[in-house]
Design a protein around this ligand. Structure first.
Ligand code: PMP
Length: 286
């Protein structure tokens, strides 16, 4: 079965799927996206991702390329047709194709592209060993709440992490506060045992995984607080972890050159990952 991609109304062999050279996503990064993970044939938090896609589109005044319910069907279709038992589906919507001009085109139709990949999520060694993160200055714009395809600062940051042998880079504001990772949300358990993550303002992307973990914490009676935390507080933390659709709950055992806790995945981080896996087991299959 050839791997298929979806591009503007058609399923095509992955290598042949393409968009126009004047697609505004390509020329301006004028688009939004979502990544939904699938574990044991269960897409995780599809509704949450579609809610956030709707929000991103509205904030940028891009129309839905198809209705939400059609997109839901198309996502399931590409996952099934590509036989994705464990992996991801990537969905991208741009403002469409138009002669290059910064201002919005008058009558371009939004473009919709979808791809899938197989990923053995739980096979990653970081769940057992924990991950290292480095800190970098947060050089992004002030609308990080929009899941835009304009990801240049995030790419630069992730490259810095990779060159340092780290899994992720956590971004730090001028006044020393950690906002989030380049593709994940940052969490700590303070030396007093308080679970902390930044509130969902326009300085971070409100992760769908973040939302699910907060819901789980609430259900499990685990206290948490949504507030900014600075790098020096993180370095002294008992535990740290980073969350995203593809990271799940990834324990952080080192920040820059400082070991976190005893340098192995923390108790609460591991417990939250376990609860998250149990939660995924309750979701419906493709
Ligand atoms: N922050 C940023 C900057 C991201 O790119 C992501 C991943 N898309 C997240 C946080 C985590 O979001 P989610 O849990 O929805 O994957």
């Amino acid at each position: 079965m050839p791997r298929l991609a979806y591009a503007n109304g058609r399923f095509l062999p992955h290598a042949q799927a393409a968009v126009h050279v004047e697609d505004r996503g390509y020329q301006f990064g004028d688009g939004v996206y979502e990544v939904v993970s699938v574990l044991n044939k269960r897409p995780i938090d599809m509704d949450g991702h579609l809610d956030r896609l709707d929000r991103s589109l509205r904030e940028l005044r891009i129309d839905w390329p198809v209705t939400r319910s059609v997109l839901n069907v198309l996502m399931r279709q590409i996952l099934r047709r590509n036989g994705i038992r464990n992996g991801i589906v990537y969905i991208q919507v741009t403002r469409g194709v138009a002669p290059r001009d910064h201002k919005f085109p008058k009558n371009a139709a939004p473009s919709l592209v979808m791809t899938t990949s197989k990923v053995n999520h739980l096979g990653a060694s970081r769940f057992r060993d924990g991950a290292k993160v480095v800190t970098i200055p947060d050089i992004r714009w002030t609308r990080c709440d929009i899941k835009s395809t304009s990801l240049l600062p995030n790419c630069l940051g992730k490259q810095t992490a990779a060159e340092a042998g780290a899994y992720e880079a956590w971004q730090v504001t001028d006044d020393g506060f950690i906002t989030e990772g380049t593709s994940s949300n940052a969490w700590i358990v303070t030396d007093k045992g308080e679970l902390v993550t930044r509130a969902p303002t326009s300085e971070i992307l409100n992760g769908i995984t973040r939302i699910s973990i907060l819901k789980i914490a609430e259900e499990e009676g685990i206290d948490f607080v949504e507030r900014p935390f600075c790098k020096s507080e993180a370095l002294l933390a008992r535990e740290a972890f980073t969350t995203s659709a593809t990271s799940f709950v990834t324990p952080v055992v080192q920040i820059d050159n400082t070991k976190i806790g005893d340098g192995s995945p923390g108790r609460l981080s591991k417990a939250l990952m376990k609860h998250y896996e149990n939660y995924i087991d309750t979701l419906s299959e493709l």
